[in-house]
Each structure stands twice: as structure tokens, then as C-alpha cells.
Design a protein. Structure first.
Length: 538
């Protein structure tokens, strides 16, 4: 009675204040609920990206010439995808798309980056790291970068190396700046070359710095691993590389120690963040050339250093899993295992990969490999594991590394700003193997950068588009060949997974439909539902 009377006696302003207070209370209670819910869905996340690893290169995907027990265990305890893809068949564009959630053909200079490339992903771009950082994660990239460092004038090797990963969402980084067949062989920690002595500055360039500078051409007989094409410039650790450099001797590493270093730094990062959600992008350099695994792995397989590097990669995966087990984090950590492009045997060094291949099929039953839009170029091992959350099994859903930004944004309850992650789809359900959750209906594949060759897979149809009319992408006796090809080819992946029989003439309406759809996806500037249109000029 009294209460009613009191309320009825309140002025209009008082009532409004009361209502506002109630609303505020309601909002803060709901926010704390959401917070708790979000925390419940904030597993640690480790993306292990192998380099140049093919669909058929690990035993859980059918390899019999070698055994990869740790990767196999990951698959046994998780979900092994048979249609898991990266978005391009070379490194830089796949890494660009994985981080930004945008097809690399939409970006500038997204092709294979040279040693002195400036940062390709501009500060302020939404990335998988910035999304997870916003969600409260500690974020790190450890391993190969190959996405450029520094402003438009390129990396300042003796000064501050920025912008770089730290300007697009990573709290910390420990990097091989490009790819190890390119100069220089130094680590970059956050904004600096590690252990650089200012008295011995590092110089990196495209031209021979002096007439007597030893190279793979002038001192070929001194090399511990000979080159087969390119890779004949500056020599370090008995291996000649792409590009030239001098100085920075105290900062240089040995190729044989790279994998150990990635594991050491990763274990440190995991230990530091064991009580806090973390995101680790473990960017292995295995099994890219020059393949120079640690001495303890050399000779472990019959496949030469290419096979031995797979064993080294497998060891790294085992160390990461063991660290999670030791810290009791396995049930609170989502691991995604993938590759940046398909396999290649001779990629510039005479390491015996072709001679020792025997019956091993690096791309499994698929055709093509690195540099190609055949399935072998982009369909790779792809495994997700989250103990006691993901039901172990095999999934045929179509998923791609480009979908990780939107899917992990969904997992951690983050909104994607309108123009960001233009081609990333939320496939969280499919990645976690939830019942009735579907993967992609269609995926665009490309070979390199923004002037390349495209393909589109829609269901079981696959259309290739060769604007240049030639393709350096057919693996014949495991060697790359330039061939003249029709501009469009159509394959039925269900009947012909090796893409041997072009059926474009038999199915003109499918060919035309996919041509139009591919054109539309390229022109419309984004394929994520709800994406805001962009002005193509910017
Ligand atoms: C090519 C290199 C190749 C490799 C590739 C990049 C030559 C002849 N070939 O230009 O060896 O470095 O670039 O590989 O130099 S990727 O996996 O990082 O994309
Ligand atoms: Ca690669």
C-alpha cells in the first residue's frame, strides 16, 4: 500500500530515474552473464600452419613412406577434414587471407613477397589477431612471416621494424622475416633483429654488394646443398639464397636450429599465458626449401631431407601437444593444423626430393601442387582438435583457412566490423564437428597474388580460369611444366578428383554459371554475407 502510494507520489523525473537505474542494473547483470558465457567459450587457440605440406604427406592422410605419429594423434583425437583448404597455392597470399579473412586477389602486392617487401597488411586492418586481442587474448606469431615488414620504404633492418605483426593485433612476435630461401637469416623479435651488433650493421639488397661477394654462382663448389634454379645469391651456412646481404653476423641463425627455436619460444609463450586465454600462430618453416632439418632428424626417412623435414614438423606438433598436456590445457585449447599451400619437390635446391620420392604421393590422389589451382595446390591436411569438445572423426565439409577469422570471432563473441574479413565465413559449427553444421558451398582458389589463375569449387564442380592461357602448374613426373591451357576447364570432383577430364564442353550451362559466379565474387569485392560494399578505387 505504502509502496504503491510512494510510487504514485513520485514525480515524472523520479520515475524516469528509477526506470533508468533498473535498466542499468539489468544491463550490467546481462553483461556479466555474457562475460561469463564468453569466458566459457574462450579456449586457447593454436593455429599450426605447415609450409608446402601436401595432402598426402602425413600418415593420417595416407602416407606410408613415413610415419607422423603426433599429427596422427591430433587427428585421432580431433576432426580430420577431407576437404580442408588454404586459399592460395603459394605462401604470401594464403597467409594474407588467413590473417585478414579477405581473398588475396583483392589486396595489393599479395603475391610471394621479396626480401625487402614492406608490410603488406596495413595497420588498422582487422585480423584474426586483432579480433582475438579484442576478445581478451594474449596473441603471438612465432615462425615464418613472409608478409613484409616496415613502411613503404621497406624494412629498416638496423632500426625499428614496423609496421609488422604488432601493428595488426599481435602482442608479440618471434619471426623468420621472409622465407628461409630468401635473405636474411636472422630472427626478428617484436620490432628488432635479435642480437644485432650495431658495429656490424645488416644490409639487405637485390644487387651484389661488391665484386668479390661470394655467391652460389662464384663459390658453388663450397655449398653444402647445391641449388637447382634461382637461389644462387648470398651464401650463409653453406646454402646460397635469393637476394644479397652483408653484416649482422652475431644475429645469424643456423637453418638446422629453426624448428627447435619455434618450439622453445612457443613453449615459453604458452607457459607465460597458461592462466589466460592465448592465441598462438605457430608458423612452421617446415617443409619449405632449403630443407635442412636438425642433424637428429637427418636420414630419418627414405625420402631425403623433404621427408626428414616432415618428421621434424611432426616432432614440433608433438612438443606443442605435450606442453598442453603437461600444463593441463589440452581440454581448454583448440588446435587447428593446416598448410599454406600444396607440395613441391624441387623448389630450387638439389635435396634429392625427386630422386627419392619412390611411391610417395605428396599431393595424395590429387593433381598439381604448389603454384597450381588443381586440388593438389590448395587441398591440404586440415585438422581441428579440442579435447572433450570436438567429437573425434572425419569431416567431409568444405572448410578453408580464410574462414578462421569469422569462425573464431563467432566463438569468442566478437562482432566483425562491416568492411572487414570480406570473404571469411563463420563455419564454427563445421570446424567443431557439430551435428548438421555445414561447411562452405563454394570456395575460390588462386595461385598467387592478384594477377593470377583462379578456380572455383562449388559442390563437386570445379572450374579453372587461366587468364594468361598458360599454366605453370601441371605436375608431370613430379616436375612443374608450363603448358598451354584453354581459358576455362571444368571438372567433376566426385567422379574425377584428380581433375584429368575437362568436361566444360559436355556441361556448358555449369561452366557458364561458374564463370559468372567467379566473376561476380571477384568484382563484388566481398563474399561474406552482410559485407558492406567498398569503393573499388581504395
Ligand atoms: C619462388 C621460388 C621458390 C619459393 C617460392 C615461395 C625461385 C626460382 N623460386 O619464387 O623457391 O621460394 O617463390 O614459396 O626463386 S612460398 O611457399 O613462400 O610461397
Ligand atoms: Ca608455402
Amino acid at each position: 500500500m505504502l509502496k504503491t502510494k510512494l510510487i504514485s507520489q513520485m514525480t515524472k523525473t523520479e520515475t524516469s530515474i528509477m526506470l533508468r537505474l533498473t535498466l542499468l542494473l539489468f544491463i550490467s547483470v546481462s553483461l556479466s552473464l555474457v562475460d561469463r558465457e564468453a569466458r566459457a567459450e574462450s579456449p586457447n587457440i593454436i593455429v599450426i600452419m605447415a609450409d608446402d605440406l601436401g595432402y598426402g604427406d602425413v600418415s593420417c592422410y595416407g602416407a606410408t613412406a613415413l610415419s607422423t605419429p603426433h599429427i596422427d594423434r591430433l587427428a585421432q583425437e580431433g576432426l580430420r577434414f577431407t576437404s580442408g583448404y588454404c586459399s592460395a597455392s603459394t605462401c604470401t597470399p594464403t597467409r594474407y587471407s588467413f590473417l585478414t579473412g579477405t581473398y588475396a586477389f583483392r589486396g595489393k602486392r599479395t603475391g610471394i613477397a621479396p626480401p625487402n617487401a614492406p608490410a603488406i597488411i596495413k595497420p588498422g586492418t582487422e585480423t584474426i589477431a586483432s579480433i582475438l586481442k579484442r576478445a581478451g587474448y594474449a596473441t603471438a606469431v612465432i615462425g615464418k612471416w613472409h608478409l613484409g615488414l616496415g613502411d613503404e620504404s621497406g624494412p629498416d633492418w638496423n632500426g625499428q621494424l614496423k609496421p609488422g605483426p604488432l601493428e595488426i593485433g599481435f602482442d608479440t612476435c618471434f619471426l623468420l622475416p621472409t622465407t628461409n630461401d630468401r635473405v636474411p637469416q636472422v630472427y626478428v623479435k617484436d620490432h628488432r633483429v635479435l642480437n644485432l651488433d650495431p658495429a656490424d650493421p645488416l644490409w639487405v639488397g637485390n644487387k651484389k654488394p661488391s665484386p668479390d661477394h661470394p655467391t652460389g654462382l662464384t663459390h658453388r663448389e663450397t655449398l653444402k646443398m647445391d641449388w637447382s634454379h634461382g637461389h644462387n645469391s648470398t651464401i650463409h651456412n653453406g646454402i646460397s639464397r635469393i637476394g644479397f646481404y652483408t653484416g649482422g653476423h652475431s644475429a645469424r641463425f643456423r637453418d638446422e636450429d629453426l624448428a627447435d627455436k619455434w618450439v622453445e619460444k612457443s613453449v615459453e609463450f604458452i607457459e607465460q599465458n597458461k592462466n589466460h586465454p592465448f592465441f598462438l600462430f605457430f608458423a612452421s618453416h617446415d617443409i619449405h626449401v632449403p630443407r635442412m632439418p636438425h642433424e637428429r632428424f637427418q636420414g630419418k626417412t627414405s625420402l631425403g631431407f623433404r621427408g626428414d623435414s616432415i618428421i621434424q614438423l611432426d616432432w614440433c606438433v608433438g612438443e606443442l601437444m605435450q606442453t598442453l598436456d603437461r600444463l593441463q590445457l589440452a581440454e581448454n585449447t583448440l588446435i587447428v593444423f593446416c598448410s599454406d599451400n600444396g607440395p613441391v619437390l624441387d623448389d630450387g635446391y638439389k635435396d634429392g626430393a625427386i630422386e627419392k620420392i619412390g611411391s610417395h604421393r605428396a599431393a595424395g590422389t590429387f593433381s598439381g601442387g604448389k603454384y597450381s589451382v588443381y586440388e593438389g595446390g590448395t587441398r591440404t591436411p586440415f585438422i581441428t582438435r579440442w579435447k572433450n569438445r570436438i567429437k573425434p572423426g572425419v569431416s567431409q565439409e568444405l572448410v578453408c583457412t580464410i574462414d578462421l577469422p569469422a569462425s573464431l570471432a563467432a566463438l569468442t563473441d566478437q562482432e566483425l566490423p562491416g568492411e572487414s574479413c570480406r570473404d571469411s565465413l563463420n563455419l564454427l559449427g563445421a570446424l567443431l564437428g557439430e551435428a548438421n553444421s555445414r561447411g562452405r558451398a563454394e570456395l575460390v582458389q588462386q595461385n598467387n597474388g592478384n594477377n593470377g589463375t583462379y578456380a572455383i569449387r562449388a559442390g563437386n564442380w570445379k572450374l579453372h580460369r587461366y587468364d594468361k592461357k598458360t599454366a605453370r602448374n601441371v605436375v608431370v613426373e613430379q616436375e612443374l611444366e608450363n603448358t598451354i591451357v584453354p581459358q576455362f576447364q571444368l571438372f567433376d570432383l566426385e567422379k574425377d578428383p584428380a581433375e584429368k577430364t575437362d568436361v566444360a564442353v559436355q556441361f556448358p550451362e555449369v561452366t557458364e554459371r561458374l564463370q559468372r559466379r567467379l566473376d561476380e565474387i571477384i568484382k563484388q569485392g566481398g563474399s561474406r554475407p552482410g559485407i558492406q560494399p567498398v569503393d573499388q578505387k581504395h
